[in-house]
Design a protein around this ligand. Structure first.
Ligand code: ADP
Length: 276
């Protein structure tokens, strides 16, 4: 995908985030800089507590940066920008239980000012794309966890964001559903050409989905390595995961994360047996 394309959809420069509550300040992000090109699908991995969710919340404009800049298509992100949609792990909390599937997906479109007829078309298309065209009048609580997460993804897709941010969106579903939802994300990404930033602690998932994987150090986080994933545009759960290149990337990223857990904060310090 167009990683060499000029211009950035997302640009992060010198991002630093310190939580300053009543207790000791917690530095979650030390210093992060990276760019995401328009239409790229970038995954972020790192040890638990590294600062992945903090990064995503800063990108989404939900959390103010302590220092540094975040730009979406050249404009500074200081509050949740209209061009972004976010899908979180807790689908149960992100959908309104008193609204039908169709109403949940439709809601942000009204806020965005999309004309009524257009809203109906976008909602129908999004529900079709996630395989939920036959349950528009169901309520979220009548659906399985995987289906509820599909509703959340449909809502984000219907909104036609410039950037789709996803934070561990499949951590709470079973393994089989998780594979299906991963393929759904790849399919939507291909179809919509949207820029995606996907946070996960699952190394295999990051490699399977991403065109690039940003590996973060432990807290306070820095970028340990920006790993390019050359697994082609079409991924297949069996073939891709069985490919030698997949195994090589998995070993490499796994070792990086192990090093990160031990406190390694730069590639120069990392002692990798299978680097490259
Ligand atoms: P990850 O998503 O990689 O597991 P987080 O971004 O959730 O990591 O957290 C990074 C660090 O920041 C952790 O040490 C966590 O305890 C701390 N942290 C997260 N949120 C807050 C908060 N609101 N106040 C203080 N510390 C926080």
């Amino acid at each position: 995908m167009p990683t060499d394309q000029p211009g950035s959809m997302l640009e992060v420069r010198g991002l630093n985030k310190v939580y300053a509550g009543r207790g000791e300040p917690v530095e979650a992000i030390a210093d992060l800089s990276f760019r995401v090109a328009p239409g790229e699908l970038v995954c972020v991995v790192g040890p638990s507590g590294a600062g992945k969710t903090t990064l995503l919340r800063c990108l989404a404009g939900l959390l103010p940066a302590t220092a540094g800049d975040i730009e979406l298509a050249g404009s500074p992100v200081t509050e949740p920008p209209p061009g972004m949609a976010v899908v979180l792990q807790e689908y149960g909390r992100s959908l309104f239980p008193w609204m039908t599937v169709e109403q949940n997906v439709r809601l942000p479109l009204a806020e965005k000012g999309v004309p009524k007829a257009e809203r109906t078309r976008l909602v129908a298309e999004a529900l079709e794309a996630v395989g939920l065209a036959d349950v528009p009048r169901s309520y979220p609580w009548q659906l399985s966890g995987g289906m509820q997460q599909r509703v959340a993804i449909a809502r984000a897709a219907a909104y036609e964001p410039q950037v789709l941010l996803m934070d561990e969106p499949f951590a709470a579903v079973d393994a089989q559903t998780r594979f299906e939802l991963e393929d759904l994300v790849r399919a939507l990404w291909t179809r919509l050409g949207v820029t995606v930033v996907f946070v996960t602690h699952d190394i295999d998932e990051a490699i399977y989905l991403g065109e690039r994987v940003l590996v973060l150090s432990a807290r306070p986080t820095v970028l340990l390595e920006d790993v390019r994933v050359d697994l082609g545009p079409v991924r297949d759960q069996l073939e891709t995961r069985g490919a030698p290149e997949f195994a090589r990337l998995r070993t490499h990223v796994y070792e990086l994360v192990q090093q990160a857990k031990k406190g390694v904060r730069s590639l120069a310090d990392a002692r990798l047996t299978h680097a490259g």
